[in-house]
Design a protein around this ligand. Structure first.
Ligand SMILES: *[C@@H]1O[C@H](CO)[C@@H](O)[C@H](O)[C@H]1NC(C)=O
Ligand SMILES: *[C@@H]1O[C@H](CO)[C@@H](O)[C@H](O)[C@H]1NC(C)=O
Ligand SMILES: *[C@@H]1O[C@H](CO)[C@@H](O)[C@H](O)[C@H]1NC(C)=O
Length: 300
């Protein structure tokens, strides 16, 4: 057995020598040119690997807003600095579309292994876990605006992959459906797509038919003065995940005004769902990475 094992290890080493991997420099944002898996939509992958990796590193996917880039989200959020402190890896996907919004509107994007951006992002996660021996029970996703929409979509289409998600000013998964790639659904954006908890939950279930395993716990941020993705989208997103988890979206089990800041109220709907609703805050609730890392269980 020992001999067989060492022959196998030798073959593996040879295979990885032949299939040489791109050298990824530590502590710098790096475009990944390796084949990370199917990439039908042409989504670009950037990665940040800290100098000192945790033994089985957690992985955070951080998804930029419309008009954003991987570089902009990397420099505009503190996840990379925090990666140096806690030893996790950050993946920054970059949208292939000219306005650099994400495709959260096509049937393919809203389907597990459907072949669109969501599928490419999932493949980036698998590549990263394999390459760095990452902890598949500690994979997280977060994003802002269009990236927040995609965060909800990733949670709905790849529930088996993510342990937790944090959503900054998005819309419910499926709300932006237009049936076209990278479409804009103004009914949803303007807060006019109102559904019951059960209808929203069914929308999520339809994105991965037959899936019955665990789902990521969801942290939802939204501002009351958002005139791009109207604040009704807070309630609708809460209804969606309340429907999925079997909570009552109209009866939070805990309400904490003035946290983490004066204008914010924290609403706990159940162990898997918390929201922060920020009065007077417009489109783009600022990233609260400390709350994210606590929610992900990386701190706290
Ligand atoms: C994904 O598509 C982008 C854009 O065409 C390209 O730069 C990248 O190499 C592709 N990656 C893979 C793994 O196909
Ligand atoms: C936007 O989504 C709603 C459902 O949320 C749907 O009724 C409507 O047809 C969609 N709009 C477009 C342009 O597809
Ligand atoms: C959200 O729901 C709460 C009660 O569940 C309601 O009081 C509030 O007006 C709703 N907000 C919006 C923007 O629809």
């Amino acid at each position: 057995m020992k001999l067989l094992a060492s022959i196998a290890a030798g073959l593996l080493a040879l295979a990885s020598f032949v299939d040489a991997k791109q050298c990824i420099k530590r502590s710098s944002l790096t475009p990944v040119v390796d084949n990370f898996g199917a990439n039908t939509s042409g989504t670009k992958m950037y990665i940040y690997v800290p100098a000192k990796l945790a033994a089985r590193p957690p992985v955070i996917v951080a998804i930029h807003y419309c008009t954003g880039t991987a570089q902009a989200y990397y420099s505009g959020t503190p996840y990379a600095q925090l990666a140096e402190q806690y030893g996790f890896i950050v993946i920054y996907p970059e949208s292939p579309y000219s306005g650099t919004c994400w495709d959260v509107s096509s049937t393919a994007a809203l389907t597990h292994n459907g072949g669109a951006d969501s599928n490419s992002i999932a493949n980036m996660v698998t590549y990263t876990l394999n390459r760095y021996g990452g902890d598949e029970s500690k994979v997280f996703v977060t994003g802002t605006n269009s990236g927040a929409m995609m965060t909800n979509v990733m949670a709905a289409t790849y529930p088996e992959m993510f342990a937790a998600a944090s959503v900054y000013s998005g819309v419910p998964a499926g709300c932006f459906y237009t049936g076209t790639v990278n479409g804009w659904n103004s009914t949803c954006a303007n807060g006019l797509s109102i559904h019951t908890q059960q209808e929203w939950a069914n929308t999520v279930f339809a994105m991965y038919p037959g899936y019955t395993g665990p789902r990521p716990k969801m942290l939802i941020f939204h501002g009351s003065a958002d005139t791009t993705l109207y604040p009704e989208n807070y309630n609708e997103t809460i209804k969606e995940w309340s429907g999925v988890f079997g909570y009552d979206s109209t009866a939070p089990v805990e309400t904490v005004p003035g946290t983490p800041e004066a204008a914010y109220t924290k609403y706990v709907y159940g162990p898997e769902l918390t929201g922060y609703y920020a009065i007077g805050v417009g489109h783009t609730v600022p990233v609260h990475a400390d709350l994210d890392l606590a929610w992900f269980g990386i701190t706290a």
